[in-house]
Each structure stands twice: as structure tokens, then as C-alpha cells.
Design a protein around this ligand. Structure first.
Ligand SMILES: Cc1ncc(COP(=O)(O)O)c(C=O)c1O
Length: 389
């Protein structure tokens, strides 16, 4: 039987540079001691205090259908967190709880793009972006950013593709580049959105992982709250990747319509998971800082190692749990470099090409192993690069 075009075209086909990741996973499965610096998964599990709250909620009976928009106290808690951090008035009516940031990205695009409309996103990009857009039937159109700008997007490049588009998706702090968009960048983006009547979908799932500069939510810029949908998640901030809990923050009427969508798709998020998320948010910044701390530390380790050599370039690592390395001096593509590093040194990193063409000749290193293994792997990576260059 024929499947729909929509579903069979989600990935877009072709090699997407993820082969290295799957090869590394196979090698690990065969018992080889590969150091995996690939995906954005913490090297710690969800904190036991959060798990206790989850257990208590489940055993206390919160196992039935939960309210589709999210439980009231979590919606209020998320709204409070956003208002405190951005200064923009936000109530529970601006929030819908989703099964993680990914479901929020999908729902946000479905809310603002009609079939066949153009949805813009920035290259390099988080791996699911183009597939998410294709999945809702819109046309995924990439706007390139440039290594020489440390991957800060240029407003004029976005404007050049904005005519007739319905939305623009951005992500700061950024995966895969580690770039935190500056106020100037975000003001430029906001202006393009207003000039071209675009919705802005702002993926802020790394908002607690900022090492340099400050995170600015574009929803806080003048006249942007009415055209911005913010995607948030407990995955990275609270090491709750497997719990699948996140949110969309946006105008009240957008949220009302998104709740209709959720009623016909996810039917909400498990109540005991939401209770645990609510508990986690109540722990405040201390818990978030504790979870972000290893990445803050490892980014300094990386800076030290990279400062001590001159083959591999470090894109200023301002935020998120990754560093992006420029390996163009080796003459290899990111894909060839990553493959050889894996084969010859059992170190797995992601080729820049997995995240789009703007990151060709780069590799993304996730800072997700213990400090000592991280330092050893990075030192070996630099030595390997120097030998080839
Ligand atoms: C930029 C970005 N957005 C969204 C997500 C999705 O996160 P989740 O669905 O776990 O909340 C990720 C996960 O790695 C990400 O890196």
C-alpha cells in the first residue's frame, strides 16, 4: 500500500552525515571503547529529587488523563519563569505544556504555516528542523549563516528569502554552533519578521546553558510577543530528556488553537511527569546551575586545550552543551574527519555537514562525557588534526 508523500518525504532522503553516529553506536554495541561525543544527552540521569517527586505523584494517583493544555500549576510556573526572565507579561493562558520541545516545534509550525507555504530556518540547524517543517506540509527553506560571523545570522540574508514566507525558526543558545545570538542579531531578526509579517518560532531549549553573554528571548523585543512562539523544554535544563516535557509560549489565541491541535494529537502530557516538572521548576536556579555546571567546566577545558595548538579552530562557545570546531586546515570534510577519527582513534564526533552546508569542514563535539575522558579525547582530536594538516 502507498504511504503518503508527506510521511515518506520527512527526511528529505540522501546521506545526511548521520552515518558516523550510527557507525559509532554499532561499534559500541560490539564492545569497542568508543568515546561518544555525539548527541545532546547529559552524562547524568534525572536528579533523584525530581524522580522522587515523580514517584510520589504517580503513586498518589496522578496517572489518569491530565488536562490537555497542561496542569494549572505547571502552566503558571512556566509563565512565571518566563515573565521573570524576560519582563514580558505572561500568564498560564500563554502556555501550553507539550511532550518535549520537539512536539512543540512541530505544533508551532502547524499553527502558523499552511500547506505549501515557506518556513525559514537557519543553517547550521538542529537535525530535526527541516523534517519538522516538511512533516507539517510546508516548504523548508534554509538561510545560510557563516563561520566567519561565528554563525550569528545576518538579517539581510534572512530578508532575501523572507518574501511570502510564513515563519522563521531560530535557536539561541544554538545547537550545533554554541552561538548565543546578540541583541543586535535578534533586533535585526525581529525587524525582518515585522517587515515581512513572519511568525518567529524561537527555540530556547538551551536557555540555562549560557557561558558568555546573555540569553535574550526575542519575544521581549518591541511588538514581538504577538508574533512569537517560544519553544521551551525541561530536557536540557533539568536533564529530563526521557520525561518528554516542554512547552510553547505564545499569544493567547494561538495557545487556544494549539490546545485544539493537542486534543487531536498528543492529548496532553502524563500528569505525574508534569508534577515532577513543576517540582523541578520550584527548585529554582540552583538546580539548573547544578545541571549546567559540567558543561560550563568542560567548555573551559576545551578552551585550554584548543588554545595550546593552532590547527583546529574553536567557534566561540558561548552556550549549549556543544562546541563547534573548524577543521578546514586539515583539508578534510567534516564527514571524512569524523570517520577517520572514529576508525583510527575510537572517538565519535558529529560532522558539521549533519547540520547543514554552512558547517561543512567543521565537527560538533558534545561535552557529554566526564571531564577526564573529554580532555583526553579533545587532545587526541587536536593531535590527529595536526598530523593531517
Ligand atoms: C535545538 C534543539 N531544539 C529542540 C530539541 C528537542 O528537545 P526535547 O524534545 O528533548 O525537548 C533539541 C534536542 O536536542 C535541540 O537540540
Amino acid at each position: 500500500m502507498q504511504l503518503s508523500n508527506r510521511i515518506t518525504h520527512i527526511t528529505g532522503g540522501g546521506s545526511d552525515g548521520w552515518d558516523v553516529f550510527y557507525k559509532a553506536r554499532r561499534m559500541v554495541g560490539e564492545g569497542q571503547p568508543v568515546i561518544e561525543l555525539t548527541i545532546g544527552e547529559h552524562d547524568i540521569s534525572t536528579d533523584p529529587v525530581i524522580l522522587s517527586a515523580m514517584d510520589k505523584a504517580a503513586k498518589g494517583g496522578h496517572t489518569g488523563y491530565a488536562m490537555v493544555p497542561g496542569i494549572q500549576s505547571l502552566r503558571e510556573n512556566v509563565a512565571k519563569r518566563i515573565e521573570e526572565r524576560t519582563g514580558v507579561e505572561t500568564t498560564f493562558e500563554n502556555i501550553m505544556i507539550t511532550p518535549g520541545g520537539q512536539a512543540a516545534l512541530f505544533a508551532a509550525h502547524l499553527a502558523v504555516c499552511d500547506e505549501g507555504e515557506t518556513a525559514l530556518y537557519l543553517d547550521p540547524y538542529y537535525a530535526t528542523y527541516p523534517g519538522t517543517i516538511r512533516g507539517i506540509g510546508a516548504v523548508a527553506t534554509a538561510v545560510q549563516t557563516h563561520a566567519e560571523d561565528a554563525f550569528q545570522p545576518r538579517a539581510e540574508d534572512i530578508a532575501a528569502k523572507a518574501k511570502g514566507a510564513a515563519s522563521l525558526l531560530i535557536n539561541t543558545p544554538n545547537n550545533p554552533t554554541g552561538t548565543v545570538y546578540s541583541r543586535e542579531t535578534l533586533e535585526g531578526i525581529a525587524q525582518v519578521c515585522k517587515d515581512h509579517d513572519l511568525w518567529l518560532i524561537s527555540d530556547e531549549v538551551y536557555d540555562t546553558q549560557v557561558w558568555e553573554g546573555t540569553h535574550l528571548s526575542p519575544r521581549a523585543l518591541p511588538d514581538m510577543a504577538e508574533r512569537t512562539l517560544v519553544v521551551g523544554s525541561m530536557s536540557k535544563s533539568h536533564a529530563m530528556t526521557g520525561s518528554r516535557v516542554g512547552w510553547i509560549c505564545g499569544p493567547k489565541d494561538a495557545i487556544e488553537n494549539l490546545v485544539n491541535l493537542a486534543t487531536h494529537t498528543t492529548y496532553g502530557v502524563a500528569g505525574f511527569i508534569q508534577d515532577a516538572a513543576d517540582f523541578a521548576l520550584n527548585q529554582g536556579q540552583d538546580l539548573e546551575d547544578k545541571i549546567a555546571e559540567p558543561f560550563r567546566r568542560r567548555r573551559l577545558i576545551a578552551k585550554d586545550i584548543l588554545d595550546g595548538q593552532n590547527t583546529v579552530g574553536l567557534i566561540p562557545a558561548q552556550g549549549a552543551m556543544y562546541i563547534m570546531l573548524d577543521i578546514r586546515a586539515t583539508g578534510l570534510s567534516g564527514e571524512d574527519f569524523a570517520n577517520r577519527l572514529l576508525d583510527e582513534h575510537l572517538i565519535a564526533v558529529m560532522p558539521g555537514e549533519s547540520f547543514g552546508q554552512s558547517a561543512a569542514g567543521h565537527v560538533r563535539v558534545a561535552m557529554t562525557v566526564d571531564d577526564e575522558s573529554f580532555a583526553r579525547a579533545l587532545t587526541q582530536l587536536c593531535e590527529f588534526a595536526a598530523k593531517i594538516a
